[in-house]
Design a protein around this ligand. Sequence first.
Ligand SMILES: [Zn+2]
Length: 342
Amino acid sequence: MKAVLFYEHGGPEVLRYEDFPTPEPGPEDVLIQVKAAALNRLDLFVRQGWPGLKLAYPHIPGADAAGVVVAVGERVQDVAPGDRVVVNPTLSCGHCEFCMRGEDQLCADFRLLGEHVRGSYAEYLAVPARNVVKVPDGFPFEEAAAAGLVYVTAWHSLVTLGHVRPGETVLVVGAGGGVNTAYIQIAKLAGATVYVVGSSAEKLERARALGADVLIDRSQEDWSRAVFLKTNKRGVDIVVDNVGQATWFGSIRALRKGGRMLVVGNTSGPKFDLDIRYIFAKHLNIIGSTMGSRSDFATVMGLVFAGKLRSIVDTVMPLSQARAAHERLASQEHFGKIVLVP
Ligand SMILES: [Zn+2]
């Protein structure tokens, strides 16, 4: 099969489009002919590498995929060749204490497709049958693939852990990333008022089109002060921050007393010097989250398939153009997801 792979860490130039052996499905696996693979910022981090990251080279990046099942292992019963499926990228053992209670994102053997094992930038992909959800006929593969990681991440943190409720205020820090387009829509679906901080008027207008109620352009004003003033000096109930280092202080400042801070990423860097008096004096709840359970995945994908939540696709490119796709993602010029098609 053709695949995008790399033999060493580095910039987009390390990505190669080459032949690689088609994976063999194990007894509990399905083999999928990939019809669409979506990019995530994680793919850039994995390509660049970080201390402690150990990959089996050549590595194939990619956490998100949708496609058609072409073969199943001997113990697979509820998925058959010909089924259209989307892949849940959280791989878990299925039998540890956390998996047994349905919290496979906490699995002792948690692995992420495209990070700990070879991923979806390929013509074929083998994953456990329990990691696929069927895609309705007629629903585009590109939109299914684009939804997976960002929607399970947003649903698990905002709904399952964050308990967002109707009438609450939710601040999403960042407008253009795929995960932020998911947070805006889920918060609206839950009946919240959504504040969005963005870097340009154009991205904020697109956030408004997704339902965002209050737009704050961080290139024009001190955004956390603006949130404070626009909430009558109260602050918001929930902040979603996947930016990290550059925005943590502003996010804490923008929260009301007793507010919830959802920490779901660190695109600007991981280190931040925190005065812990802010935590106890403001009674803050700091909630860390990554990925979600199989139940979260099935629930939120059902809402995507029903049209309650939209998958925002920025660009669709051939798989062979993965390097250009990575460059576009790194440029921050995109709005929504970049999708590769084999
Ligand atoms: Zn487990």
